[in-house]
Design a protein around this ligand. Structure first.
Ligand code: GDP
Ligand code: GDP
Length: 464
């Protein structure tokens, strides 16, 4: 069945422009005047080899409405309910306005999978608005320019889990996704420089999570303690605070931990089980998640569940072995924990582990360095040229197996998205490529490009 994708958002954010780009025809009327009346439109959309029905809800919102009410609202809701996935569009240039939050609430209430799009972000102009959009709680916004067609590869990657690919033959490619068309040379270094410059101004978003009593509050308090610079008036360490702004060596950091920060004020919570909702919220906000373990009882079931959550949400991971001051035979313990970790968590092989004591304030420097390093990995973009040189080597060393007497061919590879890194391999019969071979590729990729500690996504696509 064809997936239905609904475009939702307040007037004038660029919904119709996006609709037109995906449908590939000048179907919708685009106008600068907000709320120019339009009917609900549906079209057959293509993005790379993805095919889906797209529904534009432009015109269903009330033109002047702060409050979305009445018939229009009912229609928008209906469109949302019948969608497989929603593209929730905001304007990255103007930033968030209250009406955006009305839509956010509506989407949360209806509980349909949503992808947040920060539109009008061409040439990085919308960066500020895109970052502000994290506050909506829909995770990573995709920076897009519907008008200029930028960011379409990221949109492709985000839609892929919800939308089936068309038959290879039937695929219509309106947007160049084929790396042979778009492949620049070694543009990676340039990207990294830009990323580094950006990093100096944009807060690194970290959350500390873990089981009750692992020592999260102690750790956070130590991190933001006297010798660190607190930004803002008393930095809101109140029972409801969800984040603290501070700086680490001049770099702004936003630290999240609903449960941990609140717990001090509500002692009875000590006995409370880890609240999955709280953890999930903090993890979604964060780029880097520090999973705080009690080193005297590490890798308990609940710890592994938290790591799974982080991997599922695609965040960068650091494992903090807290209460290290209580460990006696440190050399043996360290060796054992490293082994246990790689054994239990193969999905993030080589994940950075840091020994520390929140209580004594030891190892904090190592923790922050590890967080920064894994954040860089999480943001990595590997050029298509490098990917394909890697692919050549890896195929030569260990070619894909033959299935029913015919060899599977893998043609080329490309990275479609960062944060976390997401790769697509185009191959002749993706449906029969054994999982063991995919694992081999992922492990090799991780090793070759030093991608330890971040979940990697690999998708197979049919393509000759
Ligand atoms: P809708 O009301 O949400 O359907 O918004 P429209 O698609 O009608 O677009 C509103 C205005 O924003 C128009 O003037 C578009 O040309 C402009 N617009 C749409 N997408 C972009 C974009 O990616 N960048 C810029 N700079 N303007 C855009
Ligand atoms: P949370 O529930 O994860 O926020 O844990 P807390 O920060 O409240 O700490 C739980 C208990 O562990 C408290 O009694 C702390 O004093 C203790 N604790 C926290 N960090 C350390 C540490 O690094 N070493 C030792 N020995 N005890 C710690």
């Amino acid at each position: 069945m064809t997936a239905t994708v609904a475009i939702v958002g307040r007037p004038n954010v660029g919904k119709s422009t996006l609709f037109n780009r995906l449908v590939g025809k000048k179907l919708a009327l685009v106008d600068d005047t907000p709320g120019v009346t339009r009917d609900r439109r549906e079209g057959d959309a293509h993005l790379g080899d993805l095919s889906f029905t797209i529904v534009d809800t432009a015109g269903l919102e009330e033109a002047d409405a702060e409050s979305l009410s009445g018939r229009m609202r009912a229609q928008t809701e209906e469109a949302i309910r019948s969608a497989t996935v929603v593209l929730f569009v905001i304007d990255a240039r103007t930033g968030l306005i209250p009406m955006d939050r009305h839509f956010a609430e509506m989407l949360r209430r209806i509980d349909v999978p949503s992808i947040l799009i920060a539109n009008k972000a061409e040439g990085r102009l919308g960066e500020a608005g895109a970052w502000e959009a994290y506050g909506l709680g829909f995770g990573d916004p995709i920076a897009l320019s519907a008008e200029h067609g930028e960011g379409m590869a990221d949109l492709y990657a985000a839609l892929m889990p919800y939308v089936d690919a068309a038959d290879a033959e039937a695929a219509v490619t309106d947007v160049p996704l084929d790396p042979r068309e778009t492949a620049g040379g070694e543009d990676e270094d340039e990207d990294e420089e830009a990323a580094a410059a950006l990093a100096r101004t944009i807060p690194l978003r970290i959350c500390v999570t873990g089981r009750p009593n692992a020592g999260k509050s102690t750790l956070i308090n130590k991190l933001i303690g006297e010798d660190r610079m607190l930004v803002g008036p008393e930095a809101g360490i109140t029972r409801d605070s969800i984040s603290v702004d501070w700086e680490w060596h001049g770099r702004p950091v936003k630290l999240f931990d609903t449960a941990g920060l609140r717990r001090k004020a509500r002692v009875q919570d000590k006995l409370e089980k880890l609240s999955v909702a709280d953890a999930l919220r903090a993890v979604r906000f964060a780029e880097v998640v520090v999973v705080c373990l009690d080193a005297t009882i590490p890798f308990e079931k609940q710890d592994l569940q938290i790591v799974d959550l982080v991997v599922k949400e695609g965040r960068a991971l650091v494992i903090a072995l807290n209460k290290w001051d209580l460990i006696e035979d440190r050399v043996a313990a360290w060796k054992k924990m490293r082994e246990t970790c790689d054994h239990l968590l193969p999905q993030v092989r080589g994940v950075p582990m840091v020994r520390l004591s929140g209580l004594m304030g030891e190892g904090l420097e190592d923790l922050m360095k590890a967080a920064e390093a894994v954040h860089r990995t999480w943001n990595r973009r590997i050029s298509t040229a490098k990917m394909n040189r890697w692919l050549e080597g890896v195929l030569e060393r260990h070619p894909p197996p033959a299935v029913s007497g015919r060899r599977i061919r893998i043609r080329y590879a490309t990275q479609v998205k960062a944060r976390p890194p997401h790769f697509v391999l185009f191959c002749s019969r993706p449906e029969v490529l054994p999982d063991s071979y995919t694992r081999y590729l992922v492990n090799d990729l991780r090793e070759r490009f030093e991608l330890a500690g971040v979940p990697l996504r690999l998708s197979l696509r049919a393509g000759d």
